[in-house]
Design a protein around this ligand. Structure first.
Ligand SMILES: C[S@@+](CC[C@H](N)C(=O)[O-])C[C@H]1O[C@@H](n2cnc3c(N)ncnc32)[C@H](O)[C@@H]1O
Length: 270
């Protein structure tokens, strides 16, 4: 198998691999539940490279407004270059979701795709989402279920634990329990909160090219990757590849990598 050289900018690598192959397919599910309407003011928390933000602008239109918020300036840099600017007023804010520089009651809808679980304080993140919503406003928030329900990611976790740090890949899967999540939302002030479980089998072409760039993209999200220098990261990814390619082999069907992916989706109202 041939391998493309890993890309130098983790946010661009994230957009090209994880965002396009994992978060674009999941975006439809999130937006169907959120049902943004023309004229609404929508906040995309932990917007990353703006996979959701860039579709929201077309859904709320020129009478609405969209704000994307993320902690990582590299992610926001990519988001700014890819969002259409002629469909709705749109702006990006660099801040933590646990302390948002946004006014109380200033949004009709908050969405957050696979971001909340990375916050240092989950309850603070949910309280902030509720605070910025109008009374009766809604929040739709997805977080992965556990690694025991995502066999391929569990294998990747094993490889990353061996080469980088035990559990370095686990941060994304730590808000896995649906009832715990729903109760946390109620305890954070949401009037109503339910969590549903959704699954998708993702199919990814050219897995041997996808994997090294995906690992580079993980550096935009996972602290233990991000803290390595660019050279260390490339070297680590090179070292990990034989183990990663061996791990994914049983999950390749007709040349495509099949990833069983399961998520919680919180639907809550303020
Ligand atoms: C897996 S990515 C998801 C990005 C985006 N929602 C998507 O669908 O592609 C997780 C994002 O959470 C952001 N993040 C992590 N901790 C954060 C915090 N405390 N406040 C705001 N964003 C945070 C990261 O910078 C990253 O962009």
């Amino acid at each position: 198998m041939t391998q493309d050289a890993p890309q130098p900018n983790p946010a661009e690598a994230y957009e090209k691999t994880i965002a396009q192959n994992v978060f674009v397919p999941w975006r439809a599910d999130l937006l169907e539940r959120a049902a943004p309407k023309p004229g609404e003011r929508v906040l995309d928390v932990a917007c990353g490279t703006g996979i959701v933000t860039r579709v929201l602008v077309g859904l709320v239109g020129s009478e609405g407004k969209v704000v994307g918020l993320d902690l990582n300036p590299m992610m926001l840099g990519v988001a700014r270059t890819l969002v259409p600017t002629d469909q709705a007023p749109v702006e990006f804010v660099e801040a933590s979701g646990t302390d948002m520089p946004l006014e109380d009651g200033s949004f009709d809808l908050v969405v957050c795709q696979q971001g909340l679980q990375f916050f240092p304080d989950l309850a603070a993140g949910l309280s902030e989402m509720r605070r910025v919503l109008v009374p009766g406003g809604r929040a739709v928030v997805s977080t992965w279920r556990g690694l025991d329900e995502q066999p391929l990611m569990a294998l990747v976790d094993g490889v990353v634990s061996k080469h980088i740090a035990e559990g370095a890949f686990e941060a994304g899967f730590k808000l896995a329990h649906d009832e715990v999540f729903a109760q946390l939302a109620r305890d954070s002030g949401f009037a109503e909160a339910t969590v549903e479980v959704a699954t998708i089998d993702l199919s990814i072409a050219e897995p041997e090219k996808f994997m090294p760039v995906m690992m580079m993209g993980s550096a935009a999200v996972l602290p233990q990757f991000a803290s390595l220098s660019a050279e260390e990261r490339s070297a680590k990814i090179g070292q990990m590849m034989p183990d990663l390619l061996a791990a994914i082999e049983p999950h390749i069907v007709s040349g495509n990598l099949i990833i069983k992916s399961a998520t919680n989706v919180l639907v809550a109202s303020a």
